[in-house]
Design a protein around this ligand. Structure first.
Ligand code: 1GP
Length: 230
């Protein structure tokens, strides 16, 4: 079951369908011992480039899930689907609007047992996702704890994602999120570029997500797996 599978994840790589990754780098990523591949990105994600990346990852045995950012790019055949709900977005489109449109369009075809909502907190003001969603990133640790409590107790979201996409985050903010959670799984992603950073974040978060460094320095990316999983 999707929710049971995701609960075991400690380390995942997030691959962007718009970016180029050689066959050899993809093989190393998929055979690194990471728990899963998330396919997703903010810009330029299309049905075609998502299908292509899914097909390449499917040559390996690990789970592959899609993080949906555009309803036009939803591709059947993933092991599961993650639906971001941007809790600190100023534009309601990214809290409930885009999701509503997608459910209206695909309702009867959605395999709900393979779908999970992620309460996202976007904290890097320079990131594409922060700009796109108008996220309010100027918030305190107390705000973060309150968002986490709301995600778990009001919205019953199984996943809470502290997103610093593109920059390494403030560990105190991750601790503040953890403070607000009892059952929901805490995911951290953003700017992990080496083993030490991965180790620091996994000491607080339940799961760490490693993205950009895969495309910049594959060897350093691979070292984050061992740092997290030992
Ligand atoms: C992005 O949280 C992920 O959604 C990973 O971030 O690409 O900065 O590693 P990076």
């Amino acid at each position: 079951m999707f929710s049971q599978m995701i609960a075991t994840w400690r380390h995942v790589f997030k691959l962007d369908p718009q970016k180029n990754l050689s066959g050899s780098a993809l093989q190393q990523v998929c055979q690194s011992g990471t728990d899963a591949i998330i396919v997703g990105g903010t810009d330029g994600v299309t049905f075609d480039n998502t299908v292509e990346l899914l097909g390449r990852v499917r040559r390996y045995e690990l789970p592959c899930v899609q993080e949906v950012s555009s309803r036009d790019a939803i591709v059947p055949g993933f092991d599961g689907y993650l639906i971001p709900i941007i809790l600190n977005a100023s534009d309601v489109e990214w809290v409930i609007g885009a999701q509503h449109e997608a459910v209206k369009e695909f309702g009867g075809m959605i395999p709900w047992k393979d779908v999970m909502g992620e309460g996202y907190l976007v904290l890097n003001p320079e990131s594409h996702v922060a700009k796109l969603t108008g996220s309010n990133t100027d918030i305190s640790a107390e705000d973060v704890t309150a968002y986490a409590e709301m995600a778990e107790h009001l919205f019953h979201l199984p996943l809470f994602y502290v997103e610093y996409s593109g920059t390494y985050g403030n560990i105190e903010m991750v601790r503040a999120a953890k403070k607000g959670l009892r059952r929901s799984q805490l995911i951290y992603g953003g700017g992990i570029r080496n083993a030490a950073q991965a180790r620091e974040m996994i000491a607080v978060a339940d799961t760490v997500v490693v993205g950009n460094i895969v495309y910049e320095n594959i060897q350093d990316a691979l070292k984050t797996v061992k740092a997290v999983k030992g």
